[in-house]
Each structure stands twice: as C-alpha cells, then as structure tokens.
Design a protein. Structure first.
Length: 186
C-alpha cells in the first residue's frame, strides 16, 4: 500500500501545475499574421513577472512584416508594398489552471501598446497607440495562441509628389507558437 501512495505522490508532482508568485519568465514567439489584404509574419519577446499564481504582467516587444498590394496613383496600377511595425506595450495574462489541473493550461490576456509603422511606399514612419486581446494554451513549456492587435488605420501620402493618399489597415490577427523560459514551477 505504501508503494501505491508513493507512486501517486510522484505522479502528482509531474501533473500538478502552478506558477510561482514573484518569479520572472520570458516568452519567445513566432507567428503568422493576417491583415486585411495582406499576410505576414511576427516575432515577439515578452519578459513577465508573476504577480500571483494565476496572473502575470509583461512588457511585450513585437515586430511584424507584411506584403500587400495597393493602387499606385503614379503608375495607375497595383504595386506590391512591404510594410512593418515595431510595437512595445504592457500586457496582463490570466491562467485557467484550475479548469485543467495538469500541464495543459488555457490563458486569456490583454494589453496596451505603442506601434511605429512604416512601409516602402512613403518616407514617413507613424506612431499609433492601440491594444491587443489574446487567448491560447500552454502545455509544458510550449505556448500556442491567437491574438487580435487593434491599431488605428493610417493615411499615407505618396512620395511621388502627386499628393494622392491611400488608407492602410494596421490591425491584424496573429497565430503564434513559442516557448517560455523561467517562471518558477509550471
């Protein structure tokens, strides 16, 4: 009977999951980004601090790249445009580990961010405040998620001197896969 209790205690140590409050961790994620009329990629790194067993706050740094097609008023044709952004912002995540009780843990989060946007159709970079909402799961040290980044649209004037402007959609959906390092016992 003692062997059964010992086996149960050892298995529980591997299955039980909780963040250690007061510990740091860092998420590193790569993803596929979908924007209105464009597809691209994203990379993010996010140092976090566990404020409680099921909650953490972080500083997220994200870089995105998109390739899209816009109407070029100088040549009266569609042109490919490369665009990108770098965003920095604060985040909050809540983990629902009470629902699963194991190494699989769903999470939901939100944040505020400042994005610097640019593209190869204009000479000007533009900064915008926005936000994000996200949800996903962690399994062991693997992190998989979906996010919606809300960034206000931009109006750009071309650098051909025609004064013609076009409207760029900046909000995007990201599907990410990554790992995290640190964070205490998970």
């Amino acid at each position: 009977m003692k062997k059964i209790y010992f086996l149960f205690a050892v298995l529980s140590a591997f299955v039980l999951r909780a963040q250690d409050s007061g510990k740091f961790r860092t998420d590193i994620e790569l993803g596929y980004a979908i924007q209105s009329g464009a597809n691209g990629y994203l990379f993010s790194i996010e140092p976090k601090f566990n404020i409680a067993e099921d909650m953490n706050v972080g500083l997220r740094i994200t870089s995105t790249y998109f390739n899209t097609s816009v109407f070029d008023p100088a040549y009266l044709e569609q042109s490919d445009v490369n665009s990108g952004s770098i965003a920095v912002g604060g985040t909050f995540d809540y983990y629902f580990d009470d629902l699963t009780g194991g190494s699989f843990t769903p999470y939901a989060g939100a944040g505020l961010q400042y994005s610097v946007l640019s593209n190869d159709y204009t000479n000007d970079a533009e900064g915008k405040f926005g936000g994000l909402v996200r949800a996903g799961f962690e399994w062991g040290k693997l992190r998989v998620g979906a996010e919606y980044n809300v960034i206000p649209n931009s109006n750009y004037s071309d650098f051909y001197g025609t004064g013609t402007a076009y409207n760029a959609t900046n909000s995007y959906i990201g599907i990410t896969v990554g790992v995290f390092i640190g964070g205490g016992r998970w």
